[in-house]
Write a protein that binds this ligand. Structure first.
Ligand SMILES: Cc1ncc(COP(=O)(O)O)c(C=O)c1O
Length: 378
Protein backbone atom coordinates (compact mmCIF):
# COMPACT_ATOMS: atom_id res chain seq x y z
CA UNK A 1 0.00 0.00 0.00
CA UNK A 2 1.52 3.40 -0.91
CA UNK A 3 1.79 5.99 1.85
CA UNK A 4 -1.28 8.22 1.61
CA UNK A 5 -0.98 9.95 4.98
CA UNK A 6 2.51 10.66 6.28
CA UNK A 7 2.27 11.48 9.98
CA UNK A 8 6.01 11.43 10.66
CA UNK A 9 6.34 15.20 10.29
CA UNK A 10 4.56 18.30 9.05
CA UNK A 11 7.44 18.65 6.59
CA UNK A 12 5.84 15.72 4.75
CA UNK A 13 3.14 17.79 3.02
CA UNK A 14 3.11 17.24 -0.73
CA UNK A 15 3.10 20.15 -3.19
CA UNK A 16 -0.18 20.19 -5.12
CA UNK A 17 -0.89 20.76 -8.83
CA UNK A 18 -2.35 24.17 -7.92
CA UNK A 19 1.00 25.13 -6.46
CA UNK A 20 2.82 24.21 -9.66
CA UNK A 21 0.29 26.26 -11.65
CA UNK A 22 0.85 29.22 -9.39
CA UNK A 23 4.62 28.95 -9.80
CA UNK A 24 4.20 29.72 -13.49
CA UNK A 25 2.83 33.15 -12.58
CA UNK A 26 5.82 34.14 -10.43
CA UNK A 27 8.44 36.72 -11.40
CA UNK A 28 11.80 35.39 -12.54
CA UNK A 29 14.34 37.85 -11.14
CA UNK A 30 17.66 37.07 -9.49
CA UNK A 31 17.34 37.02 -5.71
CA UNK A 32 21.10 37.12 -5.14
CA UNK A 33 20.85 40.69 -6.39
CA UNK A 34 17.56 41.15 -4.53
CA UNK A 35 15.79 41.63 -7.88
CA UNK A 36 12.79 39.37 -7.64
CA UNK A 37 9.32 40.82 -7.12
CA UNK A 38 7.66 37.67 -5.78
CA UNK A 39 10.44 37.29 -3.20
CA UNK A 40 10.10 40.97 -2.25
CA UNK A 41 6.36 40.53 -1.83
CA UNK A 42 6.81 37.56 0.50
CA UNK A 43 9.55 39.27 2.50
CA UNK A 44 7.51 42.44 2.95
CA UNK A 45 4.42 40.47 3.91
CA UNK A 46 6.29 38.57 6.61
CA UNK A 47 8.16 41.63 7.93
CA UNK A 48 4.81 43.44 8.30
CA UNK A 49 3.15 40.39 9.84
CA UNK A 50 5.81 40.20 12.56
CA UNK A 51 5.99 43.98 13.01
CA UNK A 52 9.63 44.27 11.91
CA UNK A 53 11.41 46.23 9.18
CA UNK A 54 12.69 43.55 6.85
CA UNK A 55 12.93 39.85 6.05
CA UNK A 56 15.11 37.39 4.14
CA UNK A 57 13.75 34.32 2.35
CA UNK A 58 16.07 31.33 2.81
CA UNK A 59 16.24 27.67 1.99
CA UNK A 60 15.59 26.15 5.40
CA UNK A 61 14.81 26.79 9.02
CA UNK A 62 18.28 25.66 9.93
CA UNK A 63 19.72 28.33 7.65
CA UNK A 64 17.50 31.18 8.86
CA UNK A 65 18.06 30.25 12.53
CA UNK A 66 21.80 30.09 12.07
CA UNK A 67 21.87 33.33 10.08
CA UNK A 68 19.84 35.12 12.71
CA UNK A 69 22.07 33.91 15.54
CA UNK A 70 25.26 34.62 13.58
CA UNK A 71 24.21 38.22 13.10
CA UNK A 72 24.17 38.75 16.87
CA UNK A 73 27.35 36.81 17.66
CA UNK A 74 29.98 39.13 16.28
CA UNK A 75 32.63 39.12 18.98
CA UNK A 76 33.64 35.73 20.39
CA UNK A 77 33.84 34.45 23.07
CA UNK A 78 30.07 34.57 23.57
CA UNK A 79 27.18 32.22 24.21
CA UNK A 80 23.58 31.47 23.32
CA UNK A 81 21.17 30.50 26.09
CA UNK A 82 18.36 28.17 24.99
CA UNK A 83 16.12 25.33 26.10
CA UNK A 84 18.06 22.07 26.41
CA UNK A 85 15.74 20.57 23.75
CA UNK A 86 16.04 23.49 21.32
CA UNK A 87 16.37 22.69 17.64
CA UNK A 88 19.16 25.29 17.27
CA UNK A 89 21.19 23.34 19.84
CA UNK A 90 20.29 19.69 19.25
CA UNK A 91 19.38 19.35 15.57
CA UNK A 92 21.39 21.92 13.64
CA UNK A 93 24.66 20.00 13.35
CA UNK A 94 26.45 22.07 15.99
CA UNK A 95 25.92 25.09 13.75
CA UNK A 96 26.25 27.62 16.57
CA UNK A 97 29.82 26.43 17.26
CA UNK A 98 30.63 26.16 13.57
CA UNK A 99 29.15 29.35 12.14
CA UNK A 100 29.34 31.66 15.14
CA UNK A 101 32.19 30.32 17.29
CA UNK A 102 29.83 30.60 20.23
CA UNK A 103 29.11 28.34 23.19
CA UNK A 104 25.62 27.12 24.02
CA UNK A 105 24.09 27.19 27.49
CA UNK A 106 21.31 24.59 27.31
CA UNK A 107 18.84 25.11 30.16
CA UNK A 108 16.39 22.49 31.42
CA UNK A 109 12.86 23.89 31.78
CA UNK A 110 12.11 23.55 35.50
CA UNK A 111 8.37 23.09 34.85
CA UNK A 112 9.04 20.36 32.28
CA UNK A 113 7.49 22.33 29.44
CA UNK A 114 8.93 25.79 28.76
CA UNK A 115 11.69 28.06 30.06
CA UNK A 116 10.69 30.66 32.65
CA UNK A 117 12.34 33.99 33.38
CA UNK A 118 13.75 32.43 36.55
CA UNK A 119 15.27 29.50 34.59
CA UNK A 120 16.87 31.96 32.20
CA UNK A 121 18.06 34.42 34.82
CA UNK A 122 19.82 31.66 36.78
CA UNK A 123 21.91 30.76 33.73
CA UNK A 124 22.85 34.11 32.17
CA UNK A 125 26.63 34.46 32.09
CA UNK A 126 28.21 37.87 32.62
CA UNK A 127 31.72 36.51 33.14
CA UNK A 128 34.00 38.46 30.79
CA UNK A 129 37.17 36.94 32.22
CA UNK A 130 36.76 33.15 32.15
CA UNK A 131 33.24 32.65 30.74
CA UNK A 132 31.40 33.09 27.48
CA UNK A 133 28.95 35.93 28.22
CA UNK A 134 25.34 35.42 27.17
CA UNK A 135 24.77 37.45 24.03
CA UNK A 136 21.54 35.84 22.76
CA UNK A 137 18.56 34.13 24.36
CA UNK A 138 17.02 31.84 21.77
CA UNK A 139 13.48 30.60 22.42
CA UNK A 140 11.42 28.10 20.42
CA UNK A 141 7.64 28.29 19.93
CA UNK A 142 6.07 25.85 19.54
CA UNK A 143 8.53 23.38 21.08
CA UNK A 144 7.55 19.77 20.56
CA UNK A 145 4.15 21.15 19.60
CA UNK A 146 3.63 22.85 22.97
CA UNK A 147 3.00 26.56 23.27
CA UNK A 148 5.15 28.92 25.29
CA UNK A 149 2.84 31.40 27.06
CA UNK A 150 3.14 34.95 25.73
CA UNK A 151 3.34 36.26 29.31
CA UNK A 152 6.49 34.22 29.93
CA UNK A 153 8.02 35.35 26.64
CA UNK A 154 7.34 38.95 27.67
CA UNK A 155 9.02 38.42 31.07
CA UNK A 156 12.12 36.88 29.47
CA UNK A 157 12.27 39.56 26.81
CA UNK A 158 12.06 42.33 29.43
CA UNK A 159 14.91 40.71 31.33
CA UNK A 160 17.01 40.32 28.16
CA UNK A 161 16.50 43.93 27.15
CA UNK A 162 17.46 45.16 30.61
CA UNK A 163 20.72 43.20 30.25
CA UNK A 164 21.54 44.16 26.66
CA UNK A 165 20.95 40.56 25.46
CA UNK A 166 19.43 39.88 22.03
CA UNK A 167 16.30 37.76 21.70
CA UNK A 168 16.01 35.25 18.82
CA UNK A 169 12.93 33.11 18.18
CA UNK A 170 13.00 29.79 16.39
CA UNK A 171 9.42 30.18 15.21
CA UNK A 172 9.53 27.20 12.86
CA UNK A 173 5.96 26.58 14.04
CA UNK A 174 4.99 30.05 15.21
CA UNK A 175 1.97 30.01 12.91
CA UNK A 176 0.68 26.99 14.88
CA UNK A 177 1.07 28.86 18.18
CA UNK A 178 -0.58 31.99 16.83
CA UNK A 179 -3.51 30.10 15.31
CA UNK A 180 -4.04 28.08 18.50
CA UNK A 181 -3.86 30.99 20.96
CA UNK A 182 -5.18 33.91 18.96
CA UNK A 183 -2.01 35.83 19.91
CA UNK A 184 -1.00 37.65 16.73
CA UNK A 185 2.29 37.06 14.97
CA UNK A 186 3.02 40.75 15.60
CA UNK A 187 2.50 40.38 19.32
CA UNK A 188 4.97 37.48 19.38
CA UNK A 189 7.32 39.41 17.10
CA UNK A 190 7.62 42.45 19.34
CA UNK A 191 9.50 40.48 21.99
CA UNK A 192 12.31 39.42 19.64
CA UNK A 193 15.18 41.02 17.72
CA UNK A 194 15.09 38.25 15.12
CA UNK A 195 12.54 35.56 14.25
CA UNK A 196 12.87 32.54 11.97
CA UNK A 197 9.57 31.17 10.60
CA UNK A 198 9.42 27.97 8.57
CA UNK A 199 7.13 27.92 5.55
CA UNK A 200 7.63 24.26 4.68
CA UNK A 201 6.15 22.80 7.89
CA UNK A 202 2.48 23.21 8.82
CA UNK A 203 2.14 26.11 6.37
CA UNK A 204 2.57 23.52 3.62
CA UNK A 205 4.99 25.30 1.26
CA UNK A 206 7.39 22.97 -0.56
CA UNK A 207 10.57 24.84 0.41
CA UNK A 208 11.62 27.81 2.44
CA UNK A 209 11.97 29.64 5.66
CA UNK A 210 12.22 33.31 6.49
CA UNK A 211 14.28 35.46 8.82
CA UNK A 212 12.66 38.65 10.09
CA UNK A 213 14.52 41.49 11.79
CA UNK A 214 15.65 45.11 11.31
CA UNK A 215 16.93 46.37 7.95
CA UNK A 216 20.64 46.40 8.86
CA UNK A 217 20.55 42.89 10.31
CA UNK A 218 18.70 41.53 7.29
CA UNK A 219 21.26 43.12 4.96
CA UNK A 220 24.00 41.45 6.97
CA UNK A 221 22.15 38.11 6.90
CA UNK A 222 21.88 38.40 3.09
CA UNK A 223 25.65 38.71 2.87
CA UNK A 224 26.14 35.76 5.23
CA UNK A 225 23.57 33.70 3.29
CA UNK A 226 25.76 34.11 0.20
CA UNK A 227 28.81 33.10 2.22
CA UNK A 228 27.01 29.88 3.25
CA UNK A 229 26.16 29.11 -0.39
CA UNK A 230 22.52 29.94 0.17
CA UNK A 231 22.23 32.72 -2.40
CA UNK A 232 19.58 31.40 -4.73
CA UNK A 233 18.85 32.86 -8.11
CA UNK A 234 15.29 32.61 -9.52
CA UNK A 235 13.58 31.92 -6.20
CA UNK A 236 10.36 33.71 -7.24
CA UNK A 237 8.23 30.58 -7.88
CA UNK A 238 9.01 29.28 -4.39
CA UNK A 239 8.23 32.64 -2.79
CA UNK A 240 4.96 32.92 -4.73
CA UNK A 241 3.78 29.52 -3.51
CA UNK A 242 4.97 30.18 0.05
CA UNK A 243 2.92 33.38 0.28
CA UNK A 244 -0.12 31.58 -1.12
CA UNK A 245 0.30 28.84 1.50
CA UNK A 246 0.55 31.39 4.33
CA UNK A 247 -2.68 32.98 3.18
CA UNK A 248 -4.67 29.81 2.51
CA UNK A 249 -3.25 26.92 4.56
CA UNK A 250 -2.27 28.68 7.80
CA UNK A 251 -5.92 29.67 8.53
CA UNK A 252 -6.86 25.96 8.40
CA UNK A 253 -4.51 25.07 11.28
CA UNK A 254 -7.25 25.16 13.96
CA UNK A 255 -8.97 22.30 12.10
CA UNK A 256 -5.74 20.32 12.16
CA UNK A 257 -5.40 21.05 15.89
CA UNK A 258 -8.94 19.72 16.46
CA UNK A 259 -8.13 16.53 14.58
CA UNK A 260 -4.91 16.13 16.55
CA UNK A 261 -6.89 16.50 19.77
CA UNK A 262 -9.39 13.91 18.54
CA UNK A 263 -6.59 11.47 17.84
CA UNK A 264 -5.04 12.20 21.26
CA UNK A 265 -8.34 11.63 23.05
CA UNK A 266 -9.04 8.46 21.09
CA UNK A 267 -5.62 7.00 21.87
CA UNK A 268 -5.72 7.93 25.58
CA UNK A 269 -9.22 6.43 25.82
CA UNK A 270 -7.73 3.18 24.54
CA UNK A 271 -5.16 3.22 27.37
CA UNK A 272 -2.14 4.72 25.65
CA UNK A 273 -0.39 7.66 27.30
CA UNK A 274 0.26 11.21 26.16
CA UNK A 275 3.78 12.11 27.29
CA UNK A 276 3.40 15.87 27.05
CA UNK A 277 0.26 17.97 26.60
CA UNK A 278 -1.15 18.22 23.10
CA UNK A 279 -1.49 21.92 22.26
CA UNK A 280 -1.27 22.04 18.48
CA UNK A 281 -0.47 19.51 15.74
CA UNK A 282 1.86 17.08 17.53
CA UNK A 283 1.36 14.11 19.79
CA UNK A 284 4.03 12.36 21.80
CA UNK A 285 2.54 9.00 22.74
CA UNK A 286 3.80 6.10 24.78
CA UNK A 287 2.24 2.95 23.34
CA UNK A 288 3.30 0.77 26.25
CA UNK A 289 2.24 -1.95 27.06
CA UNK A 290 2.61 -2.72 23.35
CA UNK A 291 6.07 -4.25 22.91
CA UNK A 292 7.02 -1.56 20.40
CA UNK A 293 5.52 1.12 18.13
CA UNK A 294 6.15 -1.24 15.20
CA UNK A 295 3.21 -3.40 16.35
CA UNK A 296 0.95 -0.47 15.48
CA UNK A 297 3.02 1.09 12.68
CA UNK A 298 2.83 -2.03 10.49
CA UNK A 299 -0.97 -2.37 10.29
CA UNK A 300 -1.26 1.42 9.92
CA UNK A 301 1.08 1.30 6.94
CA UNK A 302 -1.09 -1.41 5.43
CA UNK A 303 -3.86 1.24 5.47
CA UNK A 304 -1.59 3.88 3.90
CA UNK A 305 -0.80 5.69 7.17
CA UNK A 306 2.85 6.15 8.06
CA UNK A 307 4.14 6.89 11.58
CA UNK A 308 7.71 6.95 12.91
CA UNK A 309 8.92 3.81 14.55
CA UNK A 310 12.33 3.58 16.19
CA UNK A 311 13.29 -0.11 16.61
CA UNK A 312 12.42 -1.30 20.11
CA UNK A 313 10.89 2.02 21.20
CA UNK A 314 7.35 2.32 22.54
CA UNK A 315 7.21 6.09 22.24
CA UNK A 316 6.39 7.95 19.07
CA UNK A 317 5.92 11.47 17.73
CA UNK A 318 2.83 11.80 15.55
CA UNK A 319 2.40 14.99 13.53
CA UNK A 320 -0.71 16.15 11.69
CA UNK A 321 -0.93 18.70 8.89
CA UNK A 322 -3.52 20.03 6.49
CA UNK A 323 -3.32 16.99 4.20
CA UNK A 324 -4.34 14.61 7.00
CA UNK A 325 -8.10 14.11 6.85
CA UNK A 326 -10.74 13.20 9.43
CA UNK A 327 -11.05 9.83 7.61
CA UNK A 328 -7.35 9.19 8.21
CA UNK A 329 -7.78 9.87 11.93
CA UNK A 330 -10.82 7.56 12.06
CA UNK A 331 -8.86 4.87 10.28
CA UNK A 332 -5.90 5.35 12.68
CA UNK A 333 -8.23 4.92 15.67
CA UNK A 334 -9.85 1.82 14.18
CA UNK A 335 -6.45 0.18 13.71
CA UNK A 336 -5.33 1.25 17.21
CA UNK A 337 -8.57 -0.14 18.72
CA UNK A 338 -7.95 -3.44 16.98
CA UNK A 339 -4.36 -3.63 18.25
CA UNK A 340 -5.34 -2.56 21.78
CA UNK A 341 -7.94 -5.37 21.76
CA UNK A 342 -5.40 -7.93 20.56
CA UNK A 343 -3.01 -6.96 23.37
CA UNK A 344 -5.87 -6.68 25.92
CA UNK A 345 -4.97 -3.09 26.83
CA UNK A 346 -7.16 -1.16 29.27
CA UNK A 347 -6.87 2.52 30.32
CA UNK A 348 -4.20 2.84 33.05
CA UNK A 349 -6.47 3.90 35.97
CA UNK A 350 -9.43 2.08 34.53
CA UNK A 351 -11.64 5.15 34.64
CA UNK A 352 -12.38 8.33 32.76
CA UNK A 353 -10.29 10.41 35.19
CA UNK A 354 -7.04 8.94 33.99
CA UNK A 355 -7.78 9.90 30.41
CA UNK A 356 -8.88 13.39 31.44
CA UNK A 357 -5.76 13.81 33.54
CA UNK A 358 -3.42 12.84 30.75
CA UNK A 359 -5.37 14.96 28.26
CA UNK A 360 -5.59 18.16 30.17
CA UNK A 361 -2.44 18.58 32.24
CA UNK A 362 -0.81 21.80 31.15
CA UNK A 363 2.47 21.41 33.01
CA UNK A 364 4.61 18.30 33.11
CA UNK A 365 6.56 17.61 36.28
CA UNK A 366 9.93 17.06 34.61
CA UNK A 367 11.39 17.21 31.12
CA UNK A 368 10.64 13.90 29.42
CA UNK A 369 13.29 12.36 27.18
CA UNK A 370 11.50 12.22 23.82
CA UNK A 371 14.49 11.52 21.60
CA UNK A 372 13.36 7.99 20.66
CA UNK A 373 10.02 9.42 19.53
CA UNK A 374 11.51 11.40 16.69
CA UNK A 375 11.98 10.07 13.20
CA UNK A 376 15.66 9.82 12.31
CA UNK A 377 15.09 12.53 9.72
CA UNK A 378 12.69 15.30 10.77
C1 LIG B 1 11.72 23.71 15.72
C2 LIG B 1 12.47 23.61 14.43
N1 LIG B 1 13.30 24.59 14.07
C3 LIG B 1 14.01 24.56 12.94
C4 LIG B 1 13.90 23.49 12.07
C5 LIG B 1 14.75 23.46 10.84
O1 LIG B 1 14.05 23.45 9.68
P1 LIG B 1 14.68 22.85 8.33
O2 LIG B 1 14.40 21.40 8.37
O3 LIG B 1 13.94 23.58 7.26
O4 LIG B 1 16.13 23.16 8.35
C6 LIG B 1 13.04 22.43 12.40
C7 LIG B 1 12.91 21.26 11.49
O5 LIG B 1 12.31 20.28 11.78
C8 LIG B 1 12.31 22.49 13.62
O6 LIG B 1 11.50 21.49 13.98
Amino acid sequence: MPVVYDLTSDTATQPTDDMFDLMKTASRGDDVFSQDESVHELEKYMADLLGHEAALFGTSGTMTNQLGLRCWLLHPPQSVLCDSRAHVHVYECGGIAYHSQAAVTPVVASNGLYLTKEDVEAHISTDTLCGAPTKVISLENTLNGTIMPIEEIARISKLARSRGIKMHLDGARLFEASQATGVSMKEYGQHFDSVSVCLSKGAGAPIGSILISDTTTIQHSRHLRKLMGGGWRQAGPLAKVALHCIQTIVPTMPQTHKLTRRLADGLTDLGFRLLIPCHTNMLFMDFKPLPSVAVLAEPLLAQGIKISSTPGATICRIVLHYQVTAEAVDCFLRVATDIAGKYKIVPALGDEDSAICSRSSSVASSVTDLSAAYPSVQ
